[in-house]
Design a protein around this ligand. Structure first.
Ligand code: AMP
Length: 399
């Protein structure tokens, strides 16, 4: 069981909250989707209600261990001010003098945001000294950053070495994510269908293998489907493919057969010669992708086939778009999938930033049972893996 912030005595204390403020920004550094900031508010408010002073920390993008203004958390500071309707300070560094001075001067009800954790190399290398420097600022550690819990990073893992089970716990967002996924795993109502898409097989292959024994049907769309289609001997033109994984894809197909899992792959695609909005498109069967063309979305027959496969589902897990949904021309397959899942009489769980984005744009967010904020993390949790960031906050369960 993961320890909850409710189990701790935090009244009047200085609390460090690891948040996931890794929000998308446009070219003018405006936040285009503030869901991640909004979902951190309940834990922050709870701390404010308990007279705490608060230090917030997060990463944003991949600044690779050096200070890069492009990845400053300043836009997040502005949004937090508005959402909390109070002053939020921004430190000009992470563990430097400004951060430490500001953290030391905090009084009850004050909120301080540190600069991007990944301005330091120590964050991603799980560096002890860096973690201790962060830990020194506070008396209580709260992790509410589900999206990074599958990574052993300093602000997620090493930092907990400086707190104990009375001074470290999960925030409400993390607690909700973990409990939901565990329940889903323990007793999914069947048929349980996993719909997987997105660009890379490499990132999700292990997840597919681990999911196979748990699901009744596996639906594969998006760019990753082409590695499977190639494994079946089809000519996929210039479609996205990971040649070195064709063998593995074959093993997944064989394993699905052995376990009696029904595996669904696209039967037609929307093909183009270039991945651009003004490209000429063709609807072709998976068997007839012309040389030099690539599949960039699932076709209409596939949408119908997948809808049929979902019709009797009682539990649906969706991770990864069905096509290049960022371009309107190749977004229909993903939007249709979103509508079909939203309309299913099933427990519906959506994971991953891109997929959550599709669901929001399709206007289906309210219809889903649960939308997870973390992509990789949610997939790993549902596969039954123990996440490093969750493990360190867990109390051994007595069955
Ligand atoms: P991932 O990060 O692996 O979940 O992949 C998400 C990305 O996959 C999105 O940005 C989509 O544009 C991309 N994608 C989905 N389908 C395709 C496809 N058929 N070809 C190329 N990219 C795709």
């Amino acid at each position: 069981m993961i320890r909850s912030i409710r189990d701790l005595d935090i009244t009047g204390k200085k609390v460090f909250i690891r948040c996931d403020f890794n929000v998308p920004l446009d070219e003018f550094a405006n936040i285009t989707d503030d869901r991640r900031v909004r979902s951190a508010i309940p834990t922050i408010r709870y701390c404010l209600d308990h007279g705490c002073s608060i230090i917030l920390a997060s990463h944003l993008g991949r600044p690779k261990g050096v200070v890069d203004e492009k990845y400053s958390l300043a836009p997040v500071q502005m949004r937090l001010k508005r959402l909390l309707d109070k002053e939020v300070l921004l430190a000009s560094d992470v563990i430097g003098k400004d951060a430490h001075d500001k953290a030391a001067a905090l009084e009850a009800g004050d909120v301080l945001l540190l600069e991007n954790l990944r301005f330091h190399k120590g964050e991603t290398t799980n560096d002890e000294a860096f973690a201790k420097d962060l830990a020194d600022m506070a008396e209580v550690y709260i992790n509410d950053a589900f999206g990074v819990c599958h990574r052993a990073h300093a602000s997620v893992e090493a930092i907990t070495h400086y707190f104990n089970d009375k001074s470290s716990a999960a925030g409400f967002l993390l607690q909700k994510e973990v409990e939901f996924s565990k329940n889903l795993l323990r007793r999914p109502t069947r048929p349980f269908v996993a719909v997987v898409g997105g660009s890379k097989v490499s990132g999700k292959l292990q997840a597919l293998v681990n999911l196979l024994p748990r699901v009744d049907k596996l639906v594969i769309g998006g760019g990753m489907a082409f590695t499977f289609l190639k494994a079946q001997g089809l000519n996929i033109g210039n479609s996205l493919v990971e040649d070195e994984l064709v063998e593995e894809a074959n093993r997944v197909i064989e394993e699905a057969k052995r376990l009696g899992v029904k595996l669904y792959l696209p039967v037609d695609v929307v093909a183009a010669q270039t991945c651009s909005q003004d490209a000429t498109i063709k609807f072709v069967t998976a068997q007839e992708i012309p040389k030099g063309w690539m599949g960039l979305d699932i076709g209409p027959a596939t949408s119908r086939l997948f809808r049929e496969a979902l019709a009797d589902a009682q539990t649906i897990l969706w991770n990864g778009p069905m096509g290049v949904f960022e371009l309107e021309k190749f977004s229909k397959g993903s939007f249709k999938m979103s509508h079909d899942i939203a309309q299913a009489h099933a427990t519906t769980v959506v994971g991953g930033g891109d997929t959550a984005d599709v669901v929001a744009r399709a206007g289906d967010a309210d219809e889903m049972t649960f939308i997870s904020t973390g992509g990789g993390a949610s997939l790993e949790l549902i596969e039954g893996k123990e996440l490093p960031g969750v493990k360190v906050l867990s109390t051994v369960e007595v069955e």
